[in-house]
Ligand binder design. Structure first.
Ligand SMILES: [Ca+2]
Length: 322
């Protein structure tokens, strides 16, 4: 992927900008593939490439590949044993000659310690050049250590008028993680149906919706637990104020108490056993008046995006602190 942008620039004869909106741009690290267009057998021009994903890392150079696992195996969920005592200095490196052993069957690290040391040095040089230090720094704000420090918008209060679709989850209020109060002014018709707001999607998310006049809320935690509550009475028709209050019982990632209110009167309350530590998805959206893309709840799966059939006035959302 890293080579695609320079390839497109070269093919289209566009010079990449040095400054965008006043911000100097980093240099482009990739190597254009245009030299292969007329020569499929051209010798590869990429000699070195490194990667690091939460401290599981590797470096390729001139036919050789060296790599080490960080504190976690990417395919194993949860918090690995000893993660908090982990240090990159203690990781064991492997070494492979990809020219002769492309499937990495023969680890040469024990036989070639000097080559390993050279590759580790190169890894550090590439890391420094590409702002990858400290090793494991990306673990800091994960669910493992400090989810409260995860990148987030500095906005803590939002006002929306009417329906809205497609706000990226990364920019949207973190209703599954933080204490919050959502307040909506609605016009409720007879036989009210539809989503009032939804964050993220089928794999995990939050939705507040009206089904046959009843006000409902669902916290879908990775499809493992679906905490669903509904009012026992139908919403009144006409102008109605709906509020959803979410309060962590203790800390981020722990239980969360959710209360639904209609015209200032509590109509339902439930404890979500475990709230969200980081975010539900990387690509789903926050919507008001519908549930775009994949639907959060099975309750209206076949009717998605299940647009609200009344009118949505002003929605205010605010974080309510600790
Ligand atoms: Ca959705």
């Amino acid at each position: 992927m890293i080579d695609i942008v320079p390839t497109i620039y070269e093919a289209t004869k566009i010079k990449s900008p040095q400054v965008v909106n006043g911000f100097p741009q980093d240099s482009i690290d990739g190597i254009s593939l245009a030299y292969t267009f007329a020569d499929a057998k051209a010798t590869g021009q990429r000699k070195t490439q490194f990667f690091d994903i939460m401290a599981s890392r590797g470096i390729y150079h001139d036919g050789w590949f060296a790599s080490a696992f960080g504190p976690r195996e990417p395919w194993v969920g949860g918090i690995p044993k000893g993660a908090r005592e982990w240090s990159p200095e203690k990781d064991v490196w492997e070494l492979y000659n990809l020219e002769e052993d492309w499937s990495q069957a023969h680890d040469l690290a024990a036989a070639m310690p000097e080559k390993v040391a050279q590759m580790k040095d190169l890894f550090l040089i590439e890391s420094a050049k590409n702002k990858n230090l400290p090793i494991g720094g990306g673990l800091w704000s994960t669910a493992l250590f400090h989810p409260e420090d995860a990148p987030a918008t500095s906005v803590t209060k939002w006002t929306f008028e009417g329906a809205m679709a497609g706000m990226p989850e990364s920019a949207a209020p973190k209703l599954g993680k933080n204490n919050s109060l959502v307040s909506m002014n609605l016009e409720v018709p007879d036989n009210a149906n539809g989503v009032l707001y939804a964050l993220a999607g089928f794999s995990s998310g939050i939705t507040c919706y009206v089904k046959d006049g009843f006000l409902c809320y669902e916290f879908n935690l990775f499809e493992i637990t679906r905490t669903k509550i509904c009012s026992k009475e139908k919403l009144p028709t006409g102008k109605v104020k709906v509020e959803i209050e979410s309060k962590l019982a203790a800390k981020i990632g722990g239980p969360m108490d959710v209360t639904l209110k209609v015209n200032d009167v509590e109509v339902a309350r439930e404890r979500v056993p475990a709230a969200m530590s980081l975010h539900f998805t990387s690509n789903a959206t926050f919507d008001i008046g519908s549930d775009q893309d994949s639907p959060v709840s099975l309750d209206y799966y076949d009717q998605a995006p299940f647009e609200y059939n009344g009118t949505i006035g002003t929605t205010t959302i605010q974080y309510t602190g600790k």
